[in-house]
Design a protein around this ligand. Structure first.
Ligand code: SF4
Ligand code: SF4
Ligand code: SF4
Length: 196
């Protein structure tokens, strides 16, 4: 092999190794960036609706009065039922909005006629105390579209969440603030964030 050919091979080898090195450096910086983002991003408290048993402590254990936990509605999952298990007390025959027919102790769940036979249910966040009674009723007789969540705009993000400490189902955990709602039926999280 002539010295010119040897030079060409050595040069090709040099360029190939150089390219491999730059790819490795590139991958390293992407991974490093992701790790830094995960470490530096703020975390907040949220409850997992799949673990929650609506024990009632979300209403009583929060340092905020009323609680920072509220009922949220996944409208995509709702059946818009006339006889709503989240709205009416069990056994209610007269399906009117009279206070004595409602499960909610604060009348925070609002019932609105849409068209025969559909009704929409909306939560008045100011009135909701996070007791979970409507959530339990909806889960038992309906689609489970009413769900408890920590309302991030109201939560103080305590270092140690007192509800997390008292929760019998271990439903509370810290989640990334950019993805801070764990509701079921969250098909389009941006749509939901705008609604919350
Ligand atoms: S304390 Fe836990 S189980 Fe009880 S309502 Fe809250 S999240 Fe659900
Ligand atoms: S029943 Fe409880 S959780 Fe449901 S809307 Fe009323 S106060 Fe909120
Ligand atoms: S972090 Fe504090 S304010 Fe937020 S839900 Fe828990 S106890 Fe309430």
């Amino acid at each position: 092999m002539s010295s010119e050919e040897k030079y060409k091979i050595t040069r090709r080898e040099f360029i190939r190794k150089g390219m491999q090195l730059s790819i490795l450096i590139g991958l390293g910086s992407i991974a490093g960036g992701l790790i830094t983002k995960t470490i530096s991003e703020k975390t907040v408290w949220q409850l997992d609706t799949k673990k929650c048993t609506q024990c009632g402590r979300c209403a009583t254990s929060c340092v905020k009065k009323p609680s920072a936990v509220k009922c949220f509605h996944a409208y995509d999952m709702c059946g818009y039922c006339d006889l709503c298990g989240g709205y009416f007390k069990p056994g209610t025959k007269d399906l009117t909005t009279a206070a004595e027919n409602q499960l909610c102790p604060t009348s925070a769940l609002k019932r609105k006629f849409i068209e025969e036979p559909f009704f929409e249910y909306e939560i008045d966040k100011e009135l909701c105390i996070g007791c979970g009674k409507c959530v339990k009723g909806c889960g038992a007789f309906g689609n489970g579209s009413l769900q408890l969540q920590v309302s991030q705009d109201l939560c103080d993000n305590c270092n140690e969440c007192s509800i997390a400490r008292d929760c019998p189902s271990n439903a509370f955990s810290r989640v990334l603030s950019s993805d801070s709602y764990l509701m079921l039926g969250l098909r389009d999280s941006n749509k939901w964030k705008n609604k919350l």
